[in-house]
Structures are given as structure tokens and as C-alpha cells.
Design a protein around this ligand. Structure first.
Ligand SMILES: C[S@@+](CC[C@H](N)C(=O)[O-])C[C@H]1O[C@@H](n2cnc3c(N)ncnc32)[C@H](O)[C@@H]1O
Length: 448
């Protein structure tokens, strides 16, 4: 017998204790289990919906814990409480039922003592009037109020308001809490756009066209597209619309040499290979052995045959004489909260500064590797000014900023605090609340 709440709490524990995302943790916990796809979907939903609201759920639990801090609790126990609070406050499960099932699991896993603590906490949690509680905070601390109301960390609320203004920032946070849109990118190495469209139709996946010729937006489905045979056979991939825009901006040709300095898991590299008709050469660099290994096996499935893999540091790797470079570096992932809610709660200022340093080093290294007249496409799935406009401003000391036509998206940020970005009308940004996709930044730079 599988208890959705129990498995979901185990996955949340993995997310808590490791650097794995929800999807990776789900894969790890569910691997080898022969679960019906409906049960899988239910566990998936519990994990995402609970993690998404972690700050407000923890706020409720903290109110109900006498003399203890939530961080002091056993990680599995803590996550079982979170799941219980999610059920009663957000999923519409009757509080007595939610409490009963969590208490039973706790009793079996931890014994009587913790079961009675779970019972006490969840019975108190049931009585918390969340709306009233949050409204009280509104009068004292607006940022904390918005953070709890829209399930975001306080630093993000402040940052987003400074970047976009309050009204737009709230729209962004609301969109971040919605279900992520699913996009299908056809892999023309293995199947035509028309055949994939027909296949999806036959399998009751309703899609609509997007501004990109090889990408469909999923409108509805009976079975998740990622569980269909043609996905397993590499005839299409699940790739976000904005992410798929990047290879089109790079506009690779079959006779070119392309360097991808942060390549794994290879979604963009496989798209570049497809646009090159599997000819020319892509040099795919990544400093993660494991991610590169997974990328290689995925490329086999996709029928990609023009990639040379290099386990190396993309800030230093040198081959020279390349026509185009893609720098899609590690970033804060602040545009991907829908897909990776855990990222919201993992921000670390020191790591953030280090990431920006890596991004700039990769930009400099792209310059070193490029031929005269060569093109660098710099993209991130971050919404911050520092990782995007400010890095392009840095790059403009040695690159010419070229225009990216906003086939999807809007222009960049012109001003952030005291900082000005003169090339705002040459770069492109996408936002979850405006374009129903990941928040991306895309720029194109020419070595002159
Ligand atoms: C945003 S992901 C790249 C996504 C990839 N371009 C795609 O479309 O699938 C960033 C990648 O950079 C890699 N990375 C981080 N630091 C690096 C470094 N110094 N050199 C090379 N790769 C690095 C990470 O392992 C990760 O795979």
C-alpha cells in the first residue's frame, strides 16, 4: 500500500537535505517502483504544491510548536507535518482526515511520542486563520506580508519590486505559483513537425502553435506527453519555449563550429545540432561528470551525432577558432521558480556573487575562443539585473551588442536603482506572467 503523503514527505526530505531539485528527488525516490501514472502524478503534485508554499506552511507549523524550532525536528517528521498542513489549508482535505493520516504514518515510523506531537501540532494548525494572520502582518511589515501571501522569500519580494514595480512584481509572483506550461520541441533529426503533431493528436494531447516553428504548447492531455513512446524514442523533447528560443537566436549553420561552454543536460545543444542538420561540430563543455554522462546518453536517444564532449571548466577551456559560442551558465534560476520551487528557499548571497563571477569569466573565455566577427549568445533563466543586463554591460567593453528580435518576450531593463543599461532595446526577456514560460534573458554579442 502506497501512502501518497508518506512518499511525498520522503521526497521533500531529500529536497531538504540535498541539492537535488524536486524532479530529481522524485526520480530518485520513485525509481524501481512500478507505480500507476495517476499515483505518480499525485505524489508529484503533493511535492510541488507543498514545496511551493514552504514559507507559509512553516509559519503555521512554527505558530503551533511549543518551544521548538521547525529546523530542530527530524527531517521526515517535519515534512510529514508540512504535508498535513498543505492538505488541510490548501488542498481542501478535511482537517480531521489530514491529521489522522499523518498521525498514523508518524506512529508507524516514529512511535507514540512523536505521533502525539504530530496530533497536537496539526490540531492547532487547523485552528490557524491564515488570512487573518497574514493581514495582521500587512500592517506591520509589507514585504513579509507579500512574501507569505505569494509564497516567496522576502529578498525576492524586495528585489522584484525594485526591478518591476509592485504591481508587476505581484503578477510575477502569482504566475510563479501557477502550474508550469508544458512545451514540446520537435526533434527534426528523428521526426517531422507534422508527424509529431499527428502523433500527439492521436494520443489525445491537444497542442497549439507558438511563434517558434518547432515548438508546440500543450493545451490539455490525458497522459503526460513525457510518458509517451515518442518522447522515450527521442522524437520530441519537453523544452520550455524561452529555452528553445535561444538556439534560434544563435542561428547555427551546418558548416560551423559551435562552442557550448555550459552544456549539460544538453537541451540547447541538441536543438543546435538539429538546426545544423546534425553536421558541422558542437564542442560541448561542462564541469559536471555526472551531468555530461547523462547528456551523452540523452543525445544518443535524440540521434545527435555532431557533438564532441569535454569535461572541463568553461571559464578556462580553450580550443579557439570557433564561429559561435553559447554561454548558458549556472545562474540563480530566479526565472524558474515554477519548475523548481525549492530554488526559492536556497538562495545564498555568497554563492550568488560567485555565480556572477563564473558568468563573467565564461563571457571572457567566449571572447578568447571566438573568431573575429564571431557571435556569442548569452542567456540565463534568471530575472535579476546583475546576472543579465549588468553582465552584458560588462561584455560590451569588448563585444558589440547585437539586436535580438523579440519574436517572443519583451525588451530588457533600462534602469535598476542607480544603474543604467543603454542596450535595453537590443536584448530580450521573457516572464512567466507575460509569456507563460520560464523567465529568461537572451542577448547576442559580436566579436569585432
Ligand atoms: C544552466 S545549466 C546549462 C543548461 C544547458 N545549456 C541546457 O540547455 O541544457 C548550467 C550548466 O553549467 C555547468 N557548470 C557550472 N559551472 C561550470 C564551469 N565552471 N564550467 C563548465 N560548466 C559549468 C553545470 O554543471 C550545468 O550543467
Amino acid at each position: 500500500m502506497i501512502y501518497t503523503q508518506e512518499v511525498a514527505a520522503e521526497v521533500l526530505k531529500i529536497v531538504d537535505e540535498t541539492l537535488l531539485s524536486e524532479k530529481e528527488a522524485l526520480k530518485k525516490r520513485l525509481s524501481g517502483m512500478n507505480l500507476d501514472y495517476k499515483i505518480r502524478a499525485s505524489i508529484h503534485a503533493y511535492v510541488f504544491e507543498t514545496e511551493k508554499r514552504k514559507n507559509v506552511i512553516d509559519h503555521i507549523i512554527s505558530r503551533c510548536l511549543k518551544g521548538k524550532r521547525i529546523e530542530e525536528l527530524d527531517p521526515l517528521f517535519r515534512n510529514l507535518l508540512r504535508v498535513g498542513v498543505y492538505e488541510m489549508h490548501f488542498k481542501g482535505v478535511h482537517p480531521a482526515l489530514a491529521t489522522d493520516s499523518i498521525v498514523r504514518i508518524v506512529k508507524r515510523r516514529f512511535g507514540e511520542k512523536l505521533a502525539s506531537l504530530a496530533n497536537a501540532v496539526l490540531r492547532k494548525a487547523e485552528l490557524v486563520d491564515l488570512e487573518k494572520e497574514i493581514d495582521k502582518i500587512k500592517r506591520k511589515d509589507k514585504i513579509r506580508y507579500l512574501a507569505l501571501k505569494y509564497y516567496h522569500p522576502e529578498w525576492f519580494v524586495e528585489y522584484a519590486i525594485e526591478l518591476l514595480g509592485e504591481e508587476e512584481a505581484v503578477k510575477l509572483m502569482i504566475a510563479n505559483n501557477e502550474k508550469q506550461a508544458v512545451y514540446i520541441r520537435v526533434n527534426e533529426i528523428k521526426a517531422s513537425i507534422e508527424s509529431v503533431r499527428r502523433y500527439l493528436e492521436q494520443n489525445k494531447v491537444e497542442v497549439e502553435e507558438t511563434p517558434l516553428p518547432d515548438v508546440f504548447k500543450v493545451v490539455s492531455y490525458e497522459r503526460a506527453p513525457a510518458s509517451l513512446d515518442w518522447h522515450a524514442e527521442g522524437k520530441f523533447v519537453i523544452q520550455d519555449l524561452a529555452s528553445a528560443f535561444v538556439a534560434h537566436i544563435l542561428n547555427p549553420h551546418p558548416d560551423e563550429v559551435i562552442l557550448d561552454l555550459a552544456s549539460a543536460p544538453g537541451l540547447k545543444a541538441s536543438h543546435i545540432a538539429m538546426l545544423m542538420e546534425n553536421r558541422g561540430k558542437i564542442i560541448a563543455v561542462d564541469n559536471s561528470k555526472d551531468r555530461l554522462r547523462r547528456m551523452k546518453s540523452k543525445m544518443k536517444i535524440l540521434g545527435v551525432g555532431n557533438i564532441e564532449y569535454k569535461l572541463a571548466d568553461g571559464t578556462k577551456f580553450y580550443v579557439g577558432d570557433v564561429d559561435k559560442v553559447l554561454v548558458d551558465p549556472p545562474c540563480s534560476s530566479t526565472g524558474s521558480f515554477r519548475n523548481y520551487p525549492c530554488v526559492k528557499w536556497r538562495f545564498d548571497e555568497r554563492k550568488y556573487r560567485e555565480t556572477i563571477r563564473v558568468q563573467r569569466s565564461m563571457i571572457k573565455n567566449a571572447f578568447r575562443n571566438l573568431n573575429e566577427g564571431g557571435i556569442l549568445v548569452y542567456s540565463t533563466c534568471s530575472i535579476t539585473f546583475d546576472e543579465n543586463e549588468e553582465n552584458v554591460l560588462f561584455a560590451s567593453q569588448f563585444f558589440k551588442v547585437e539586436d535580438v528580435e523579440p519574436v517572443i518576450g519583451v525588451r530588457g531593463i533600462r534602469r535598476f536603482g542607480s544603474k543604467e543599461f543603454p542596450f535595453w532595446d537590443k536584448v530580450v526577456r521573457t516572464f512567466p506572467h507575460l509569456h507563460d514560460c520560464v523567465g529568461f534573458f537572451i542577448s547576442k554579442l559580436k566579436k569585432v
